[in-house]
Design a binder for this molecule. Structure first.
Ligand code: AMP
Length: 261
């Protein structure tokens, strides 16, 4: 059994996970659940796009054995009071910007694992820290599920696909390209011999801030396992970023590899 947990508003990123699962598993289960406990106060839980009928018709074209779309009272019945708290890997970056987010994620993912009992679960690298948090939880709690990370699917111009892209106005959609461009710039700088992570992240910031109304939550070059910032790019690292454009918060990341010597 292969399992693809989602919050719906499905796009080609989600569908690529379904395709990979279908290649490797006899049965694919997709969950669609906008998990309230991973949203903070003032975040976009209320306006998060929900369209179950459209999601189901998209999935109808794929070999999906079951779709699990529970209600809030099924997932969090009255009296619910147990939480999964992943440690250090959940603390920086998204953990700092969105306090409680990963507690909600880890808790709902463990519940979904227990309900679906998958052999393999598929997560996108798009949410890179989330992937590491889930792997840490599975390791630490001896959860009998294999976690597979799958590459980020992008729009033709490079913008990482996301349900939240629907929030973008036409101008913001155009300006959102600076996220991908800044990551590509990081790789180009490394290709041209730059190894200083501070200089690379500064160049990324400068590029993003060419959009005058962009607000950077973080831009960092980190170790791909620990998410600790690195000072020198002398091995494969990850460029990670979170940027707000108007009312929309976008995240993205990319592997940055030094040129072979
Ligand atoms: P979400 O519905 O945003 O919670 O995402 C559900 C799953 O799809 C997560 O594992 C995400 O990382 C993954 N995902 C979202 N966007 C993409 C993308 N553009 N490419 C690949 N996977 C994605």
């Amino acid at each position: 059994v292969g399992f693809v947990p989602t919050m719906g508003a499905l796009h080609k990123g989600h569908l690529s996970l379904v395709e990979t699962a279908a290649k490797e598993c006899e049965t694919v289960v997709v969950s669609i659940y906008v998990n309230p406990t991973q949203f903070g106060r003032g975040e976009d839980f209320d306006r998060y796009p929900r369209n179950l009928q459209q999601d189901l018709s998209l999935l109808a074209a794929y070999p999906v054995g079951a779709v699990f779309a529970p209600t809030d009272s099924e997932m969090y019945p009255k009296g619910f009071d147990t939480w999964v708290q992943v440690g250090q890997i959940a603390e920086p970056w998204e953990g700092t910007c969105r306090p409680g987010h990963f507690r909600g994620v880890a808790t709902v993912v463990l519940k979904l694992f227990n309900l679906v009992e998958p052999d393999i679960a598929y997560f996108g690298e798009k949410d890179y820290q989330q992937l590491l948090v889930v792997k840490q939880m599975v390791r630490d709690l001896n959860i009998p599920v294999e976690i597979r990370g799958c590459p980020t699917v992008r729009e033709p111009d490079g913008l990482a696909m996301s349900s939240r892209n629907q929030y973008l106005s036409p101008d913001e959609r155009r300006d959102a390209l600076v996220l991908f461009q800044s990551e590509r710039l990081a790789q180009q700088l490394v290709d041209s011999g730059e190894t200083d992570a501070a200089r690379i992240t500064q160049a990324m910031r400068d590029h993003i801030l060419r959009v005058p109304y962009a607000k950077i939550d973080y831009v960092a070059i980190v170790d791909p396992e620990t998410l600790q910032e690195v000072s020198t790019v002398n091995r494969p690292v990850r460029a990670i970023l979170a940027v707000r454009l108007g009312g929309t918060r976008l995240i993205d990341n990319m592997e940055i590899t030094p040129k072979p010597v």
